[in-house]
Design a protein around this ligand. Structure first.
Ligand SMILES: *Cc1c(COP(=O)(O)O)cnc(C)c1O
Length: 390
């Protein structure tokens, strides 16, 4: 049709929270003023509150990967042995970071779509008592799988190793008890569940990690968290020019998340993920990561004989909507529907209705409405049945 609203249905960037966008426009503030230091301190306090941690939190001017890089460079030394849980493209990013910093990586690999089980981490820790850190993705966005972070944390906590979690799509989609479980470094990114544009990374740092920082010798300059902590503690803001407009937007989004409550934000993603899986089943489609499907994004296999790019293209040409293809060798095999952050059921009704039309137009047998009905059933059960909480 003639009017197509542009819709971002990808697992980052995600749909934007309008009040945060409006707040961004009022960003004419100098970063060396007390006005801005107040804004930044508010963001740091709100981040701690929504993440449920009393550890130090930092806001970096970078995409999420800058936070991953900082979590390696600030706490490790070249040659250090690390265990990397690698179950997809983002796990492979940890491996690349380890290589860049000459870390000695023990890589626990899982097939795409599968996960690294906590017992493998425990066994690897026992075999390698000299390991300095264990790295994992809470949610592996490239495959839609989710790791058992709690059980892994319990294994790492018993050792001297740091537990470093890429929770960039894990935050806001699954429970993560940073302090209770012992996540030493937890990394987030603004363009995922935080509902604002790309440009900020968040890093939490435990006391155990600060201890490691004292002897860590990897060279660092821009992402020097100890230097940043000094600036914050002195009440001087940030070492560099912070992304002031993003931090103002972040405050608006965090106010919303606080008002909602983190458990509700997570439940929202869980229900939308469940609805998406039910819809896929109703449409005769197979999940790509059925063992441990996460809630940030659902990866679905294209029907036999259909390139998933056809579905991605269908969304763009017919509905102006962007969904994600597979990455790397998964390209053409799968498509990924996001439901983290500012997504709601009305989005899902539309997305699944569009998917049905696109599948049908490309020769997959579809009973129109069957996928949408599956989403409706999940909504009705969660929010409209007598048993559902108001
Ligand atoms: C989005 C994402 C990242 C960060 O990617 P950037 O492009 O650097 O923001 C890292 N890990 C996971 C699991 C992600 O989903």
């Amino acid at each position: 049709m003639h009017i197509k609203k542009q819709r971002l249905l990808t697992p980052g960037p995600t749909p934007l929270y309008p009040p945060a966008l409006h707040a961004m426009m009022a960003s004419d503030v100098h970063h060396r003023t007390q006005d801005f230091v107040k804004i930044q301190n508010q963001a740091l306090a709100s981040l701690k509150e929504v993440l449920g941690t009393s550890n130090d939190v930092f806001i970096l001017v970078s995409s999420g990967s800058g936070g991953l890089e900082a979590s390696a460079s600030n706490f490790l030394s070249m040659g250090d042995k690390v265990i990397i849980c690698c179950a997809g493209k983002f796990g492979e990013r940890w491996v690349e970071i380890a290589k860049a910093y000459s870390l000695n990586a023990v890589v626990l690999k899982a097939e795409y779509g599968d996960v690294v089980t906590p017992d493998r981490v425990e066994a690897a820790l026992a075999e390698n008592p000299d390991v300095k850190a264990v790295m994992v993705q809470a949610s592996e966005t490239s495959t839609g799988a989710m790791h058992d972070v709690e059980a892994m944390a319990a294994a790492v906590k018993k050792t001297d190793a740091l537990f470093i979690v890429d929770a960039i799509t894990g935050i806001g989609t699954m429970p993560l008890d940073i302090d209770g479980w012992g996540i030493d470094i937890c990394v987030g990114g603004s363009q995922k569940s935080f509902m604002i544009p790309p440009g900020l990374a968040f890093v939490t740092v435990s006391a155990k990690a600060w201890k490691a920082n004292e002897t860590a010798t990897i060279p660092r300059f821009y992402f020097d968290l100890k230097k940043e902590k000094k600036m914050i503690d002195k009440g001087e803001g940030s070492s560099w020019t912070p992304n002031t407009s993003h931090i103002i937007a972040l405050n608006a989004a965090l106010d919303y998340i606080k008002q909602l409550g983190m458990p509700k934000l997570i439940e929202n993603a869980q229900l939308l993920a469940k609805a998406t899986r039910e819809a896929a089943k109703a449409l005769g489609l197979e999940l790509f990561a059925p063992t441990a499907p996460g809630n940030s994004v659902t990866a679905i296999k294209a029907p036999a004989g259909m390139d998933s790019g056809v579905i991605v293209k269908g969304f763009r040409t017919h509905f102006g909507a962007i969904i994600a293809n597979g990455q790397g060798t998964m390209k053409g095999q799968i498509f990924r529907m996001a439901h983290l952050g500012y997504f709601d059921f009305a989005d899902m009704f539309a997305v699944i209705a569009a998917l049905e039309l696109i599948l049908q137009a490309n020769g997959h047998k579809v009973e129109l409405g069957s996928g949408v009905a599956a989403v409706q059933r999940v909504y009705a059960e969660a929010a409209m049945s007598p048993a559902a909480k108001a």
